[in-house]
Ligand binder design. Structure first.
Ligand SMILES: [Zn+2]
Length: 320
């Protein structure tokens, strides 16, 4: 799977396991916090193989007396939480809204079904195998948080102070970001993506913009996105511009009476940020924005949204 064999230093006591691999799903960044005999992890990888690779890569960064005893989940998506079970006894911290949202997340069993039991020659089965077939969902148990909060939560790991700040609903129902005040670092979870189009299941886009602006207001020098390369505040500003442009394009088409599918196809045909990977995510972003414009307050169906993106990707696939 070509995973990193080391962690990159971000600031004193902070090291990043960054699997990179843009252009596909599931390779999330994980930040290790260490101080003295204490260690904590912001987000865990998608399966046991990846989580064991992370622990091996962390090596002597981990305290001799024991491993990771605290996990922060920035949100409930499996690519940030399914590794939780590899740290038995660890406290797992998330927002209350994120914990309540967990039951709407595809389970490891559902992901196994999607990648093995669906027809491989149909869009969803083709897409699931292409982007999720590399992960091992058998035997993975989704472990929910042991501590939940709303608003803010102060976490100390040895000498490292971290503020967990709720910024959702935005990417999901219960997003949080992790601010390290003494180090000018913010861990953004999936409020931010680098290298690919983002995906946001909850929205609306204006909430994601507000979450980005909350990150900028913390005046970080380094921002760790949920996926992709580490960002500067300027990169975050550029991403806010992306979100505002997309919001305007979607709202124009909604006002013109176009369907969500037509709007997304039209925006993509116009070459919207076509240097980014996973353009089919614009189909999901558009469908989610339309739900808000329609006043639909029900729970988003993640698999149904992914199926719409899979349809577009299947129709626009290349020769491979
Ligand atoms: Zn993610």
């Amino acid at each position: 799977m070509n995973l990193p064999d080391g962690l990159a230093p971000v600031a004193e006591g902070l090291h990043l396991w960054a699997p990179a691999h843009t252009g596909t799903w599931g390779f999330a960044n994980c930040l290790l916090i260490t101080s003295g005999e204490e260690a904590a992890l912001v987000d865990t990888p998608y399966d046991r193989v990846m989580t064991e690779a992370l622990v091996a890569a962390a090596g002597c960064l981990l305290p001799a007396a024991g491993g990771v005893r605290t996990i922060v989940n920035t949100h409930g998506n499996g690519d940030h939480t399914f590794g939780n079970g590899c740290f038995p006894g660890a406290e797992i911290i998330a927002t209350k809204a994120g914990a309540e949202h967990l039951c709407h997340e595809p389970s490891p069993q559902q992901m196994h079904f999607l990648t093995h039991q669906t027809p491989a020659d149909q869009p969803l089965g083709w897409y699931a195998r292409r982007h999720f077939g590399r992960y091992r969902y058998e035997g993975v148990e989704a472990i929910p948080p042991t501590i939940t909060f709303s608003g803010r939560y102060e976490l100390t790991v040895g000498d490292v102070r971290a503020e967990l700040i709720e910024v959702g609903p935005a990417h999901s129902a219960g997003d949080l970001v992790v601010h390290f005040p003494g180090r000018a670092v913010v861990c953004a979870g999936d409020v931010l993506f680098a290298g690919d189009h983002p995906v946001h299941w909850n929205g609306p886009l204006t909430n994601v913009v507000a979450a980005c602006e909350a990150i900028l207001a913390l005046q970080p020098e380094v921002v760790v996105p949920g996926h992709g390369a580490v960002m500067t505040p300027r990169d975050v500003q550029c991403h806010v511009t992306y979100l505002r442009e997309l919001e305007a394009l979607i709202h124009d088409r909604y006002a013109a009476g176009r369907s969500a599918g037509e709007a997304a196809a039209d925006i993509l045909a116009g070459g919207f940020y076509d240097q980014l990977g996973l353009p089919e995510r614009v189909v999901i972003l558009t469908a989610v924005e339309y739900r808000h414009l329609d006043g639909d307050t029900g729970e988003p169906d993640l698999v149904a949204l992914a199926a719409r993106a899979a349809d577009w990707a299947y129709r626009n696939r290349g020769d491979d």
